[in-house]
Design a binder for this molecule. Structure first.
Ligand code: GRF
Length: 210
């Protein structure tokens, strides 16, 4: 499977994918929209092709997305992995890669779509927080959920401490989901995710083989 990772930031999830021996050979490249993002150094160190498409150089979201789609076509991608990619993708882009994009989001979706998920979980007094991996549709953070891991919210938690604990689970969940995708144990059929031939009504935990 030919996979390309899109990221905008430090890239710790990208690193978790690089460090997975099953996933690594399938990674074709990293594409980043910020010239100074830490994920670029990680790609460099892993000797993985990497490119920057700076969104500020494009006059519209559509123009940026078109340039991005062209670059992805060059890599002949089968799958696109969003790993902290801080751009909303336009419907035109989505229609080109329908069912081929997955994302990781630091909340127990459908709770807390969008930003500041940990602050919102703490403000709501939630007892649990966590992370979700989902297929991407044109609804922001609203596509079919595939995998989820939870962490307890602790007394006197701060958004930073909670984020750190959730991130540790992100680094376990994302490679596990991508491995299943590569092995065709995970599939999206008519908008419904299947794992090992069973429709996923609820996200799976992906912790069977740890
Ligand atoms: C992660 O919390 C991920 O869930 C969210 O953005 C953050 C990226 O972190 N989509 P990193 O760049 O992978 O360290």
């Amino acid at each position: 499977m030919r996979l390309v990772v899109l990221a905008s930031g430090g890239g710790s999830n990208f690193q978790a994918l690089i460090d997975d021996p099953v996933v690594r050979p399938h990674l074709q490249a990293l594409i980043c929209n910020r010239p100074d993002a830490g994920c670029l150094e990680r790609a460099e160190e892993a000797r993985l092709p990497h490119a920057v498409i700076d969104h500020t150089a494009y006059e519209s979201r559509e123009a940026f997305d078109q340039a991005l789609a062209l670059m992805l076509a060059e890599f002949d991608v089968d799958g696109i992995i969003l790993a902290g990619f801080m751009r909303i993708l336009s419907p035109g882009f989505m229609s080109k890669f329908d069912g081929k994009i997955i994302n990781i989001h630091p909340s127990l979706l459908p709770k807390y779509k969008g930003l500041n998920t940990h602050e919102r979980a703490l403000a709501a007094g939630d007892k649990e927080a966590g992370v979700t991996v989902h297929f991407v549709t044109s609804e922001l953070d609203g596509g079919p959920r595939v995998g989820q891991r939870t962490v307890p919210v602790l007394e006197h938690d701060t958004p930073q401490r909670l984020a750190h604990r959730v991130l540790q689970q992100e680094h376990r969940l994302y490679p596990a989901v991508v491995r299943a995708w590569i092995d065709q144990r995970l599939e999206l059929i008519d908008g419904v995710p299947y794992l090992d031939g069973e429709a996923l009504n609820e996200p799976a935990r992906f912790d069977l083989h740890e």
